[in-house]
Design a binder for this molecule. Structure first.
Ligand code: ADP
Ligand code: MG
Length: 486
């Protein structure tokens, strides 16, 4: 029998806010343990939670990006449990009235090659609810240590419908979510820092059927490759169980990246009863429609909408849109440069996708120089493209100017003057050089006149040499064609 996988994800995203979900204690990654705490985080008697408006706005933004319904009211519930990752023996979360309901997110699947666009589809969402993150435990042989820095960080749990059919689609969903959330300044979604964490629910069913079979839930997936490998390994395991006529037990399984296997953590028998009840310390939230609409108006363009627009408006190939649009910092750089010059979008985009990325990679040990540390400003790049378009500097010399601009943050014009790269436009000179080159290669001249257009290339080397690299190839070509057809 042929099987298909049924997958639903629960993605936890830490929201970018100044302070924590229910108190003014700072939030962030990497501070010394237990410094981002206060009486609310420590659950001291009498300390009361106060809602963080910024976290609520960030959550609404996620819902708007995903076309979710934003109910007028949502409320806070206590999830009761006793474990040292929370100092107050309950977690504040949303149970039956979450901040976002339904919705969908567009994803792009991997194409046949890196340069070809993959299929697009939409993954349906169930809901997204806002809660507080818990502290982090580090276990040693005999003891465990707890760090409450992470406790109380605003955490949005985004739950998908069982609408995902492969590990590849799951990865595409996480990548799309990360692109959209980083672009809107909602979260940095850095999985290594735990800013985006994911549980995957997996079941199998006969291909084409619409039953939902017993599923397992996998936890501890802290990288994209972890998600991919865990889902694939779990699909194989369930397949083997069904092949042998066995049944799948509903359970939580832990992904162990080292062994590349999932292991049973706990079965349904010991599923927790959290005794949810409305938090008496917090008022329900009312979200005025005008507020929701003003947040909608400020949202950046969705990634794939921008990609389609660049294809249509600027005729960009996929190799450009997939670099520029899938990285909000690059698309911002492009938009700003474009606003400054207003012409030749393709040249601007090519400089950004190729030269800028190459130089960023070269000036950083591993990875890319952060865009904030790039000295060259978008308007300066726009200037360089304008100077090439106006013939002030030849295109083949602009790369050298670009590198100097990148390294120093200076404007292009003084660099061009200093390096003597200005295209002086002295065509008299060019004509003489071209005539010399033709005289020096009668055979190629013959071939060109005989209809072999490629023969013209034989003159390029000597001409570039004679002009010390300053000749503009386009002009040289035109001049040669003119002289050879005389
Ligand atoms: P829980 O509260 O136990 O986590 P939910 O009903 O909220 O369970 O579902 C959690 C996730 O499991 C959702 O992403 C959902 O899409 C997914 N899911 C539910 N049923 C199945 C199934 N049969 N196979 C795969 N995923 C499923
Ligand atoms: Mg769950």
């Amino acid at each position: 029998m042929e099987y298909e996988a049924v997958i639903g994800l629960e993605v936890h995203v830490q929201l970018k806010t100044e302070s924590k979900m229910f108190t003014t204690a700072r939030q962030g990654f990497g501070a010394s343990p237990n410094t981002y705490t206060d009486p609310v985080i420590m659950g001291l008697p009498g300390a009361l939670p106060v809602m963080n408006l910024q976290a609520i706005e960030q959550s609404v933004r996620v819902g708007l990006i995903c076309d979710s319904e934003i109910p007028e009211f949502c409320k806070w519930d206590r999830k009761n449990y006793f474990y040292p990752d929370s100092a107050k023996n309950y977690q504040i979360t949303q149970y039956d009235q979450p901040i976002c309901v339904g919705g969908e997110l567009e994803v792009e699947l991997t194409g046949p090659s890196r340069n070809v666009m993959g299929e697009h589809r939409k993954v349906k969402l169930t809901r997204a609810h806002l809660e507080e993150d818990v502290g982090k435990l580090t276990h040693f042989e005999r003891d465990s240590l707890v760090d409450y820095n992470r406790a109380g960080t605003p955490l949005l749990e985004i739950v998908t419908e069982p609408d995902i059919r492969s590990s590849e689609e799951a990865v595409a969903f996480l990548q799309s979510l990360r692109m959209h959330l980083t672009a809107a300044g909602i979260s940095d979604c850095d999985m290594e820092k735990g800013q985006m964490r994911c549980d995957a629910n997996v079941s199998l069913r006969p291909k084409g059927s619409d039953v939902l079979n017993t599923r397992t839930e996998m936890k501890n997936l802290n990288s994209i490759s972890g998600v991919k490998n865990a889902i694939e390994s779990e699909i194989r395991r369930q397949y083997r169980v069904y092949q042998k006529g066995g049944t799948i037990v509903q359970e939580t399984r832990r992904w162990d990246a080292d062994s590349g296997m999932t292991q049973s953590m706990r079965g349904k028998e010991d599923a927790h009863d959290y005794r949810y009840f409305p938090d008496p310390d917090l008022m329900p939230v009312r979200l005025p429609r005008e507020k929701v609409e003003s947040l909608r108006a400020e949202l950046p363009e969705r990634v794939f909408d921008q990609q389609r627009r660049y294809q249509e408006q600027y005729d960009f190939p996929y190799t450009l849109t997939s670099v520029i649009c899938f990285d909000f910092e690059l698309s911002r750089f492009f938009e700003t440069a474009m606003a400054s010059y207003g012409k030749n979008p393709k040249a601007l985009a090519n400089y950004i996708a190729n030269d800028l990325q190459r130089e960023r990679a070269q000036s950083e040990q591993d990875g890319l120089l952060p865009i904030i540390d790039v000295k060259m400003q978008p308007a300066q790049l726009a200037d360089l493209v304008r100077l090439v378009d106006e013939g002030v500097v030849a295109k083949h010399n602009a790369r050298e100017v670009f590198i100097e601009m990148f390294n120093t943050g200076r404007d292009p014009e003084p660099i061009i003057k200093e390096k003597g790269l200005a295209d002086d436009g002295d065509d008299g000179d060019l004509e003489a050089i071209c005539k010399d080159a033709i005289a020096g290669n009668a055979k190629a001249a013959e071939e060109f006149r005989g209809g072999q257009a490629k023969a013209i290339n034989s003159f390029m080397g000597p001409i570039m040499k004679a002009s010390k690299g300053k000749a503009n190839p386009q002009k040289v070509r035109e001049m040669l064609e003119k002289l050879l057809s005389e």
